[in-house]
Design a protein. Structure first.
Length: 114
């Protein structure tokens, strides 16, 4: 089964065709196609291709929804001082469904001499 490692939003994700992943917020509407060009590795059986990023490789995904993650609560407390503070936040996420993974053909860089 073929899979790829992509990088988006400063994080790396292992994806295969048909997977659904949550990534940091992308400014697109649900139902639109997104092309991620930063493919760090592609594996298909015994064939392994890697680079930083791979030239000509891309992952096409469909935006399913824009959502928020679960709330993360940080509680600060100092004993005997009467100090306590509650902080929290929710990450904004984009849910993607991976449609296709393509690795472009390698271009030969031969120089013609006349």
């Amino acid at each position: 089964m073929a899979f790829a490692i992509i990088k988006t939003g400063g994080r790396q994700y292992r994806v295969a065709e048909g997977d659904t992943i949550d990534v940091d917020l992308l400014e697109t509407e649900p139902g639109k196609q997104v092309v991620i060009g930063e493919v760090l590795m592609h594996a298909d059986g015994d064939k392994l291709t890697h680079g930083a990023p791979i030239d000509g490789a891309k992952v096409t995904a469909e935006v399913i929804e824009q959502r928020k993650d679960k709330k993360v609560v940080a509680y600060k407390f100092k004993r005997r001082k009467g100090y306590h503070r509650t902080l929290g936040h929710r990450r904004k996420l984009t849910r993607l469904k991976i449609k296709s993974i393509s690795v472009g053909a390698k271009k030969s860089t031969k120089k013609e001499t006349d």
